[in-house]
Each structure stands twice: as C-alpha cells, then as structure tokens.
Design a protein around this ligand. Sequence first.
Ligand SMILES: [Zn+2]
Length: 486
Amino acid sequence: MPRLAIAMFMHEGNAFSPVRATAAQFRADCWREGPAVAEHYRGTRTEMGAAVDFVAAHPDWDSTFLTCAECGPCGPLEDACFDAILGEIVAGLKSRRWDAVYLALHGAMMSVREPAADLAILRAVRGAIGSARLGVSFDLHANLGPPELRLFDLACVYKTHPHVDQYDTGAKTLALLARCVAGAIRPVGALVKVPAILPSANMRTTDGPMAETLAIAQELERREGLLDISVAGGFAYGDSPFAGASVMVHADGDPKLAERAANDVAAALTARVPRFYVSLPGPEEGIARALKAPPGPVAVLENADNPGSGGIGDTTGLFRALVGARPDAPCVFAFFCDPDLAERARQAGVGARIEARLGGRIAPGFGPPVEFSGLVERLTDGRYRNTGPMGQGAWNALGPTCVLADGKLRIVVTSSCQSPNDPGFFQLHGIDVTRQRLVCVKAKNHFRAGFRPLIATMIDVDTPGPASIDQRNLPFRHAPAHLRRA
Ligand SMILES: [Zn+2]
C-alpha cells in the first residue's frame, strides 16, 4: 500500500508591497491539516480539489493530508509565519516514512529572510523525506530556480492564465507521481531560464506570445512523447535571484531529450520577449476611452494595484480619474480595502450618510486619499462562493464589507485584500455588472475569465502602485540586473 503525503504552501510575494503576509492572514484564508483539508477543498477546481479526488479514487493508497496553507498575494511573509507553516509540514513529513509526496507550491513566494522561499521549502522537504518520490505543482507565475530541479522528481506548472487549470495541474502531477511510484516511468527534468523579467499584462494564454509559446510546447510534448513541458512566465514583482521566465521539461528516462525540448521552447519564448512589454494608457485616458466605447458595460482594470499581483487595495490613481470624469451613468469601483471604514459603515447602518477618505491609507506614496461623502447602501459578511471558471466552487472571505453610494457611483469597501475576479463578488454586493456603464476594478487578466461573457470591452490602465507595469520605478535588490527592462 503506497504511502502518500499531501501538503500545500502557496503564496505569491510582491517585493514592492508594504503589506507583509502574516499567520493571521493564512488562518483567515486557509491553514488546515488532516480531514479539514478535504472538507475545505472537496468539489473545488483547485490543486487540493484534485488531491481529494485522487485520494477517493485510490482506496488502495494510504494517503494523508498534512498542513495545507495559502493566502492571497501581498508582500513577503513574516519570517515567523514562514517558519511556523514550513515547520508543521516538515514535522508531518518526518513523522513516518513515505513512498510519495505531493506538494503544491506557487513558485514566487518570498519571506522577509528568503527571497527564493520555494527553494528553502523544497530543501527542507527533501531533507525530511529522503528518497521518497516528490511531485510538485506550480503557478504559471513561478520564478523557477535551477537548484529546485534537483530537489523534486517531477513538477508541472499551470498551462493557463487566467488560471483555470489548477485542478488539472494537481491531477496531472499526482497521476505522474503515481506512475513514478509504480516504476512505470523514470522522470528526468531540464530547466532553462529565459533572460527576461516579463510583465504579465500580455501573458494571457488565450492569445498573444504566451499562447503561441504554449502551443509550440504542447505540440512538441505530443510529438516527442514527453511527460510534461511547462512554461513559467515568472512573477515580475517577485524580486528573487531566480526572477524571470523559464521552461521546464520532464521526459521519461531521456535527459538529452528533455534538455533539447527545454532549449527549443525557451528559444521560442525568447524570440517573443519584446511582445510582452506593452504600454498601457493612464487612468484619465482609460476612462475617456471607456466612455467613448459603444453602449454597454466597460471594465477598466487598474493592474498596478491588482491584489493578484500583490496590490494593496489602496492606490487612488484610477478612482481619482473616475471621480474627476463624473460620468452621468451607473458606475462601480471595486474596491478599497479598509477594515476600519467597513466597521464604521456597519455602525452607521444602511441608509446613513458617511464621510470618508478613500485609499492612500497604507501607501500614500502611490497617491493621496480621496475625500468622499455618500450613503451606506449595503453591508455584507464578505463570504461568497466562486461561480466563474477560476477556482470554481471555492469560498472567499473578504471580511465585513460595505457598498458606499454617491449618486450613480457605487464603491465597494472590504476588510481583506482580494481581487474581484469572480461574478460572485458583485452578486454579494447587489451589483449587476451588466447594468453598469463603467466597472472599475483593481484586477488584471484573471478578471477576464469570469467576466468576458458579461462585459464586452476591457481596458487596462497603468497607475502608480506596487504592481506597476513600468519596472524602472521598482527597487529590485535580488533579481539579476541584466534581466530588468531599462
Ligand atoms: Zn499566477
């Protein structure tokens, strides 16, 4: 009876965000072990959803859920939090002998001490499990490091952005791991770095340079009978010594084939590097373009403060432009993260008038707060379930939230910082996006997965913020200088 351990430690670290990831944040999102993991993820289109199904489909395996922890992107993890979660995983792994270990990582985690935190995790895990087979799954935005390759037996990266294949990536990693344990395959890996830190604004896998590279990779994988070809675009704001894109290939017993395929796909991606550096309009121009678009809802996406990229739900560039344009039409702004304001609105009650300073609270350097006066329109407990294709079925907890209204403008204020990437976010707040003229969001590509059927036109804008597309303004410390775009 093969003994399988399953663990997860996922976080995307933005080196330029002033907000550290804490133990409290992980507890609020997910920090569980044992049957509580299966309870939390059963039926979700996530890596752990796939692990739950794998366990159910393999009653002949002795499977155990060790610590599984994740929280939304923000700044680096506090060291004590990193040590506590990794300590639990390592203790669980050391508690007995395993034949196989499945580990779900992001690949662009940073702690205050460890700029390449995933490498530190992999070293600790390998140290704990000896020669047990280790299969790892990564986010497409992983900053993969060559030293990581020697620490696992095989690994797979998401093939989609927006990430609608989290479940499939977990399922594939587990399936390969099972074949590996059975001795049916002998995975050998190759990893080639692409010399560029790529912004993700044009990294969608539905069209453009990433989609083309993945098509080449998939064709090669099929033709050569490779176990997996993964293309990791990297996370531009993860300031790691392994910053930048990479191609990772696993072949069955043929290291030369893996290396050749990795080099071929890396060359295809390298040739397309210039096309990732798009320029975006500023917020005033973005709003003006949106208002000139044909009738119907238009989304304006403030990429630089997208929580999915480590945004803080606090910058005011887009909001100031929206208020300045004063559109005479229903508009929604989602969102500002301000737990104190959400609490003040709760105390004031629905229908009460409220004065507030919106944004510019955590990092006024990205733009000062904007004065606001309006009514409390709605209060919620911040809990909703994803109905869109990304992480479908998974629960979100925004903490107490409110909707503030001033004429035709409505603003969502939350108590935790999460991208409004699922239609459930707006349903919770009683807002029908199809009846809005402008849907201004702190979001990026992932927003498209859930909203493309509802909103025909989407305009990305660049503003000052921790995930600004302009890398020249960002104070990198660890990423190799020659990879940054000057
Ligand atoms: Zn990602």
